[in-house]
Design a binder for this molecule. Structure first.
Ligand code: SF4
Length: 396
């Protein structure tokens, strides 16, 4: 079977753990996550341990572990610690591993943050979205801006020196001035990483209904583009360098290593209900149902390197793998796609395989070649960063 050699060639293991529980669903959210089912959490954590035990033994030590959701900060620190211990027992954890946990203000306390930090979590990603209470109400978030400020300060006091904040911009009623104030407060709060996403109105969400009924109005596209440009211009003056379309960090050491695994099109294990993973030539996806996931793990039957919870196993042919390397790699605004690494990985020349696509994008001023220490890299221009979707469409 194809998967038998995977752990051997991959010298580092990246682990994503999905925790699909939230206090309540935010108005705009279409993630795989559930509210009011917290009674499943203990059984879910046990099921996660079983999936880890099935798939990680024999693999290289974990170099990055990411607890995403959902709201992983609804797990108590002992549960997080028990999952880390399971990974340690199954494959080991590299001494330098980046261990990230997504948390929402309102679900953490000084005690829980201290216990998480002491238990090995060394990076916290806070989903704050805005420092304005009116924005938080529109989004249906459970927390207030003051709770956000408290959580940031508590995380810093607990010893988190790699702290990331998530924001959404382009919100109904949001002005450019208010957006700038958000960024200024973020910068002055002493954090190390920012993820900024423009609001996407997902189908079948309460948010979409409110937009359609006219109850909420989105800002005009030009204003949203201005907000993005403002971030691109302002944040570097404050020491935050944009290293990916939506990501800024102070210093390379604070650039999310786990997310780079995705953008560099590398393998990662995805554990939990609704989790996605990439193992060798396959992209896999687990059942989105918490109950089904728990029952699949009750007496799990290993299936040649795959998880019994998988509901999708999509074989990635060579051409698709090359398309993915282009689409994901170009997201990294500084390094883009290395010509030499592409050749080593795919045994093909990207300038031949994607000759027409690259030429079209160059002619439209969306990509350009940079000479970096490792050779030529294809990277987005500033216009390409602004119009990323146009670029990625070329490789679909
Ligand atoms: S906290 Fe995050 S995952 Fe949970 S409902 Fe809100 S947006 Fe969705």
């Amino acid at each position: 079977m194809r998967l038998l050699w995977l752990g051997k060639i991959n010298q580092m293991t990246a682990v994503y753990i999905h925790f699909p529980f939230c206090v309540q669903r935010c108005q705009y959210c279409d993630f795989i996550t559930y509210a009011q089912v917290g009674h499943f959490i203990p059984a879910y954590v046990e099921a996660l341990k079983k999936e880890i035990q099935l798939l990680l033994p024999g693999k290289a030590k974990a170099s990055s572990i990411y607890f995403g959701g959902g709201t992983p900060s609804l797990m108590n620190p002992e549960q997080v610690g028990s999952l880390l211990e399971e990974i340690r027992q199954s494959a080991g954890i590299n001494d330098e591993a980046e261990i990230t946990l997504e948390a929402n203000p309102g679900t953490v306390s000084p005690e829980s943050l201290t216990a998480l930090r002491q238990g090995g979590v060394n990076r916290l990603s806070l989903g704050i979205q805005s420092f304005f209470d009116e924005d938080l109400r529109v989004l249906g978030r459970i927390h207030s801006a003051d709770q956000t400020r408290q959580s940031i300060s508590q995380a810093q006091q607990a010893g988190f020196d790699n702290l990331s904040l998530d924001f959404i911009f382009g919100l109904p009623g949001q002005s450019l001035v208010a957006w700038k104030e958000n960024l200024e407060e973020a910068v002055s709060s002493g954090i190390q990483h920012l993820s900024l996403y423009s609001l996407i109105v997902e189908p079948n969400t309460p948010f979409e209904r409110d937009i359609k009924s006219g109850k909420l109005q989105l800002p005009k596209g030009d204003l949203v583009a201005d907000m993005f440009e403002l971030a691109m211009d302002y944040l570097p003056t404050q020491g935050f360098n944009q290293f990916e379309i939506s990501s800024w960090a102070i210093g390379k050491e604070n650039e999310s290593r786990h997310n780079k695994v995705y953008w560099q099109n590398q393998d990662y294990f995805g554990f939990g209900a609704g989790a996605h993973g990439k193992v060798g030539d396959y992209r896999v996806e687990n059942t989105p149902s918490i109950e089904t996931y728990i029952s699949k793990m009750a007496e799990p039957q290993p299936i040649s390197g795959f998880s019994p919870a998988n509901v999708e196993k999509i074989f990635i042919d060579q051409y698709t793998a090359m398309q993915e390397s282009m689409m994901l790699g170009l997201r990294m605004t500084r390094e883009g796609v290395s010509e030499n690494k592409f050749r080593a990985r795919h045994r093909a020349n990207m300038t031949q395989v994607f000759k027409d696509e690259i030429s079209t994008l160059q002619n439209n001023g969306l990509v350009e070649w940079h000479n970096l220490p490792g050779g030529r890299h294809l990277v987005l221009t500033r216009r390409g960063i602004m119009l990323g979707n146009l670029v990625f469409q070329e490789f679909v």
